[in-house]
Write a protein that binds this ligand. Sequence first.
Ligand SMILES: [Zn+2]
Length: 368
Amino acid sequence: MSERIFISPAKYVQGKNVIQNIGGYIKDLGEQTVVIADETVWEIAGNDVVKQVKQENIKAEEVVFNGEASKQEIDRITEIANKANATIVIGVGGGKTLDTAKAVSDELNGYAVIVPTTASTDAPTSALSVVYSDDGVFEGYRFYNKNPNLVVIDTKIVAGAPPRFLASGIADALATWVEARSVIQAGGDTMAGGSTTIAGQAIAEKCEETLFKYAHLAYESVQAKSVTPALESVVEANTLLSGLGFESGGLGAAHAIHNGFTALHGDIHNMTHGEKVAFGTLVQLALEQHDEKEIERYIALYTSLGLPVTLEDIKLKDASRDDIMKVAEAATTEGETIHQAFNITADDVADAIYAADRYAKAYKEKNK
Ligand SMILES: [Zn+2]
């Protein structure tokens, strides 16, 4: 029996306008930061972060992120950070920026401060990054010996982001309990490298419960650019509960299938992480034995949030059986998380992809 392991960031801060206090939270960590954000995010939040940091007499080296969490980009920013003698890496933005910031802080053996500007993925809290090629193809997970030191998420900024981002985060978070449950049932290992704790299980379950209660209200809140208790709960579910829940609860098929999709070319690359995970979750549910009502509960929530549920929705209407097999092969390569939860072949995965597509089409037909 393997050890039970639970890991988490040292501190998590969430609320309206909390970015205005960020200087106070990091002032004891050091004197030189490197701040990473892409061009758009500099305007939305990056400049504010630098202002707050400087108010505490901490220096900031500003870097514009080029858009891909690739080895080349990690090396480029590490060099800039080294030249500036930075000991604190502050990543501001979406999943790929944050994953890059974690990698750079690992290279420097420094502190990682994560400032998500959307609640679109569960990347912020974990001690791992997903690394892609410069063309956006999944290359692998990169594991670190510690989680971020600080995560600061300002819900006012999240409420101002496009609703599609929140919906993507909800989809990513809805996978959490589905995947953790399958790993627990199969006795597999989690991303933290041991078996699931009671805490990890409880967090993953609570994540799903929160989303089925509040996801829709939160989505409407963001349409109105309003911070509400429903939005606060969903931001916590998407970021903290999903982050802890996937890392210490376990990843199964949904994320492996997501990773498989990145192996294809074409319009699918315009889908967000969460959108691909939404379809991956339906495929995992199709691999398991659930009744119609249970599967439709997910399809109903996804469709109400504008999330993709069919192959056509994820721009794969014209995909050949060969393409789908390519996804299935990639999802079942050695070391993929699917093996922590299932004893299956690529052919089984391909069948489930077609089945999930049909289930969703039938649901849409019925609810026209
Ligand atoms: Zn994810």
